[in-house]
Design a protein. Structure first.
Length: 435
């Protein structure tokens, strides 16, 4: 589990605000669910034989003797909340969520025990076009952020009967080659053979290249549906590869499953994963409702944005990481000056300026050095003399915009007319000074 320090949270906030804007434009509404749920929700929702439920959950017994789990993903909780509050009887729901998730995994680059996801869920949507729409929202967001080397992989897992038929075929094929399987996969042969397709074991992956594919065993209806999804993606001009072994790490998917990867990430190349889960809502006690969604790993996204910014210093990813220095640094020294500076700082902030108040009481020279280092555009200097005169010196430090160039010289400013000062420092700041 890692801390996010100010240098990182600054970038996170920019990315999160871009995501929020994309969600707003897509008519998605935010839902916030608790970090803690009863364990049974995930056991039933995600599937007992998945890695997530089998060995990655943070579960404990609480003081009321209930088994609780820190959420390992968002979909089960969103569905639980939608069912519990009757949202589905109000019509289709277009939702997004974000926040920390917990999985007891082996920590490595792009893989943590507490990580963050943002995700989208469309509940009550059955059309193949909604599969493409939900993918397009993720694709547009990642492209807009400037993520490079994006690739979309899709597969169809069909309907439950397709998977049942395929399971038998796959098990027979793998049983004939059981000596070539890793231990984990051998166990799964009895519990959840489709999960073997998701194995990260290189030898097993190589073997699977020859295995029968789910896609070729789909019934005609599932095939047609998949064709519609592909048509819609082509209409959106979103390029995709078909990956017949893509099953995702959670058991609730049927029909479309997809992942978005970036070649800028090493081993953990998947930034975003999702798919259709028409059976889940019914399984969790709600009315039978088709649904589709995805989740995007924030840590991996930040890694890929860093790599993209390095690869293209003029691209959008690089622009996201630029800093936001204060408009004005308040240099102040002496008892009455320091009191006045505090009051001024609050008034200027209320007027929309970003103001950093030096609180050190150090010599003017030292304060100026700090003002310079923080990148502020202006310094406002207040000492005892200035307090007496009701005037302060405004000094240009870094030039930012050409708009301010006519005001780039040092100047004196009456402190009883703050609106003039606000206008010089930041011509765009709303000068609604409180009295
Ligand atoms: P992986 O195959 O990489 O383990 P997954 O199939 O378990 O991924 P999902 O449950 O679909 O992943 O989660 C969606 C996204 O959340 C992933 O694509 C990834 O970006 C991110 N993610 C999942 N697990 C972690 C983790 N432990 N640390 C950081 N990010 C993660
Ligand atoms: Mg995983």
């Amino acid at each position: 589990m890692v801390d996010l320090l100010p240098e990182q949270t600054r970038h996170w906030q920019v990315v999160e605000s871009v995501a929020r804007e994309h969600f707003r434009r897509a008519g998605l509404q935010e839902i916030r669910t608790p970090l803690l749920e009863v364990t049974d929700l995930f056991a039933r929702g995600i599937g007992e034989a998945t890695d997530v439920v089998g060995k990655e959950m943070y579960s404990f017994v609480d003081r009321g003797d209930r088994s609780c789990t820190l959420r390992p993903e968002g979909t089960a909780s969103v569905v639980r909340a939608a069912v519990q509050h009757g949202l589905l009887s109000q019509g289709p729901q277009r939702l997004w969520y974000g926040g920390p998730m917990f999985r007891y995994e082996r920590p490595q680059a792009g893989r943590q025990r507490q990580f963050h996801q943002i995700g989208v869920e469309l509940l009550g949507f059955s059309s193949p076009r909604s599969d493409a729409e939900v993918i397009a929202v993720a694709w547009a967001l990642l492209a807009d952020l400037g993520v490079q080397g994006l690739a979309l992989e899709i597969n169809s897992l069909g309907i439950p009967e397709d998977r049942k038929r395929y399971r038998a075929e796959l098990v027979a094929w793998l049983e004939a080659r059981i000596d070539q399987l890793d231990d984990d996969s051998r166990q799964r042969l009895a519990t959840n053979p489709l999960r073997i397709l998701d194995s990260k074991h290189p030898q097993t992956q190589a073997l699977l290249e020859q295995a029968p594919t789910l896609l070729s065993t789909l019934c005609e209806e599932s095939q047609e549906r998949f064709a519609e999804v592909k048509l819609a993606l082509s209409a959106l001009e979103i390029p995709f590869h078909i990956n017949t072994r893509l099953v995702r790490g959670l058991d609730y998917y049927g029909h479309t499953a997809f992942e978005i990867t970036s070649d800028q990430l090493g081993a953990q190349a998947t930034v975003c994963g999702g798919g259709r889960y028409d059976g889940l809502i019914d399984q969790l006690g709600g009315p039978s409702t088709p649904a589709i969604g995805w989740a995007l790993g924030m840590e991996r996204l930040m890694l890929v944005l860093e790599a993209s910014a390095d690869a293209d210093p003029d691209g959008s990813a690089a622009r996201l990481t630029t800093t936001n220095p204060p408009d004005l640094y308040l240099v102040n020294r002496g008892e009455s000056a320091e009191r006045l500076a505090l009051v001024l700082a609050q008034k200027l902030r209320a007027a929309g300026l970003v103001v950093e108040l030096d609180g050190s009481g150090a010599a003017f020279g030292k304060q100026f050095k700090r003002a310079d280092r923080c990148g502020a555009s202006w310094a406002l200097v207040i000492g005892e003399d200035e307090v007496e005169r009701g005037e302060a010196q405004l000094k240009r430090l870094h030039s930012v915009s050409s708009e301010a160039s006519d005001a780039s010289k040092d100047q004196l400013h009456r402190l009883d007319d703050l609106s003039g000062l606000v206008h010089v420092v930041n011509p765009l700041a709303p000068s609604n000074l409180p009295r």
